[in-house]
Design a protein around this ligand. Structure first.
Ligand code: RAM
Length: 355
């Protein structure tokens, strides 16, 4: 636990440094307002990617290794398109603090704001103002209402995540027994979409003996998630398994479980980073969990933003763009671009991954 805490402090310090450097680097540059028009439908797939685009990443929170990896993927793409990258964001996953960052980014004349929303509605006003000031808005990881952004870069379809998570826990508990969900924040668009579809998934006959007893919220906060996991195990003595579809939640829950009498007895799966989960897979606390590559998600989101700001795409269904090493993507219904299927990690493959 101490080493984890040190790691977290280290990551925070690094992020703060990056933030300060990013702010300094962006000061004094003039704005290249790429088109400025908010009208959709005028995409030109042959338009070259503009150089010098100012692309900012605003994650749900900055002291979360998942977003550090995702935003670094974004930085890689922004460097490839010869743009200016910056990352800003709150240390706690809250929508109200995201609003002030959006306002500042808008005043700074960003060409693109790439954000993971802590709430589908609460940041819309600020995003709409930023759009009116000429910025293109890309959501990634966790969406807003569709009208508040041009494109949403989704990691995996919500249905794909729901199927994966329910299948994993059901296999681990032998297809029978009480389960709970330990989620992120109560308003998180992504987790709420996944949980709604997990509930549907659980209605399938093959899951007839799996019973969801409650959903708890750890707020993507390590300590709160740890305590919520402890509370679940005390409140539901027959609990057989927990799904925690958040990298913060599943790591904290695994840490609690590994030091408790429930280790190996109560199963835990979810969405986690291999680096945060490795020790718990190796010590037998966790059999298997899943995730996509967060770096690829950030990389794709940055390319989508550059394509929007260059007029290659407008966010309309059928628009196509090339995202560097990931190849070509097509914008789907409601401006959604999907990265790809999740990867399942267990003892057999976890050492092949380093993020
Ligand atoms: C946390 C965040 C993020 C989510 C991952 C799985 O890092 O809640 O939004 O996509 O978990």
């Amino acid at each position: 636990m101490n080493s984890l805490f040190r790691l977290r402090l280290g990551a925070t310090a690094l992020t703060l440094t990056a933030l300060l450097l990013g702010t300094a680097a962006c000061g004094g540059t003039t704005r290249d307002n790429a088109g400025g028009s908010q009208a959709s439908g005028a995409a030109n797939p042959d338009a070259p990617i503009k150089e010098g685009l100012k692309i900012a990443f605003l994650p749900k929170q900055v002291n979360n290794p998942y977003f550090t990896t995702a935003d670094n993927g974004g930085k890689e793409a922004v460097t490839e398109v010869k743009g200016e990258f910056k990352e800003v964001g709150p240390s706690e996953a809250s929508a109200s603090s995201q609003v002030s960052y959006i306002n500042t980014l808008s005043q700074q004349g960003m060409d693109v704001i790439v954000t993971s929303a802590n709430d589908p509605n609460a940041i819309c006003g600020a995003l709409n103002q930023a759009k009116a000031a000429g910025a293109k808005i890309v959501t990634f990881d966790s969406d807003t209402k569709p009208e508040c952004r041009q494109v949403f870069v989704n990691q995996v379809t919500a249905q794909g995540i729901a199927e994966n998570q329910v299948k994993l826990i059901s296999e681990q508990i032998g297809g029978e027994g009480e389960i709970a969900i330990l989620s992120a924040t109560a308003n998180a668009t992504n987790q709420n979409a996944w949980i709604a579809l997990m509930k549907e998934e659980l209605k399938k006959p093959e899951y007839g003996k799996v019973k969801l007893v409650t959903v708890a919220y750890g707020n993507d906060d390590d300590q709160k998630s740890f305590q919520e996991m402890q509370g679940l195990l005390q409140a539901y003595p027959n609990l057989k398994g927990v799904i925690s579809p958040t990298t913060v939640g599943v790591a904290a829950a695994a840490r609690y479980l590994s030091g408790s009498q429930y280790k190996g007895k109560v199963k835990l799966t979810g969405l986690g980073t291999p680096n945060q989960m490795r020790e718990y897979v190796k010590d037998g606390t966790v059999d298997a969990f899943a995730l996509w590559n967060p770096a690829d998600l950030g990389y794709l989101a940055a390319y989508a933003g550059a394509a929007l700001a260059s007029g290659q795409i407008s966010g309309a269904e059928g628009d196509r763009f090339t995202a560097g090493r990931l190849g070509e993507f097509t914008v789907g219904k409601d401006g959604v671009v999907v990265l790809g299927p999740p990867t399942v990690f267990d003892k057999s493959n976890i050492d092949k991954f380093n993020f």
